[in-house]
Design a protein around this ligand. Sequence first.
Ligand code: BGC
Length: 380
Amino acid sequence: MSRKFLVALGSAALALSLAACSGEGAGSGGDTSGEQPSDLTIGVSMPTQTSERWIADGNSVKEKLEGKGYKVDLQYAGDDIPTQSQQIDQMITQGADVLVIAAIDGTALSGQLQAAADANIPVISYDRLIRESPNVDFYVSFDNYKVGVAQATALLVGLGLQNKDGSKGTATGPFNIELFAGSLDDNNAHFFFDGAMDTLKPFIDDKSLVVKSNQTAIEQVAILRWQQETAQRRMEDLLTSSYNDGTKVDGVLSPYDGLSRGIITALQNAGYGKGSAKMPVVTGQDAEIASVKLINDGVQSSTIFKDTRLLAEQAAIAAEAFLKETEPEANDTTTYENGVKVVPSYLLPVQTVYKEDIQSALVDSGYWTAAEVAAGQAQG
Ligand code: BGC
């Protein structure tokens, strides 16, 4: 018996009364397996439109689900937690049959998820794990720990401490580096940072890498809501506080292209990248077009490509499985403990992109065109 059905039995009275309130047949729980796709709606809640990747995610999920004949209610929350809660509340009352949610704050949606469970609406956590709730039915994401390993490896490769094949590089250091992490309320930020620090630790221990600011704890280096401006300000502060004695920063671990652009702006304003002052090795994530151009121009060192088209596809497959009253297929049932339970997951692989990989990874796959890479912006 599916979880959904068991919940239906357990809270039949509540589900019935909610169904009556919402005035909708489908979407208020119950068996959706016999319904036409066009009678079923998937609520898709995305965090923000300020980052290109979430716009691409939203569009791809919508496209894949509409391609299967379903209706889609796609909402963006402007990185505002109350807005996201309210949008999800509304999706529930309007009779969504499945919810796909990329949370702003992974712990802030327990109330909404309880309401969804009470109405027998399966919840798919999209890319970011929703924490502290038993009512997360499935998780689709990338291998987030490996993203961190890949970012740290790209930093080591850029500095010459390691070769791409994992062998020891010719450089010995010591190199001055600084570390950045994402938003503490995003579960992924912790996975990225853990993967990166596990990889960098031996080099910090043997002093070939020196974090000159001494800021190595995630709480010290995290950037709330992944804001570019906040990263720029922190980099400016680091330059004035830790590099005012003529020493130079050689590398920056950055977990997201938006942060990388803020960091690069701070570095450029301080004279890096001009004349003999080399631009430090700066990492990234998401293959955002403005950053792909910076990589192509030799300003940013690398990014991590996560093909959001494939993630959207997995979300659509999982949503359809729930609508057909079956369980989606997981490929990981151990890693993602959300504080209450281990959430069955489907994780996709990631790929490091240096300048020489732009063509094969991003252009040949149709993710960006050569013209977009040259222009540094999406073209329709
Ligand atoms: C995503 C990253 C993204 C970051 C900022 C994370 O949850 O996994 O791909 O760079 O959010 O939007």
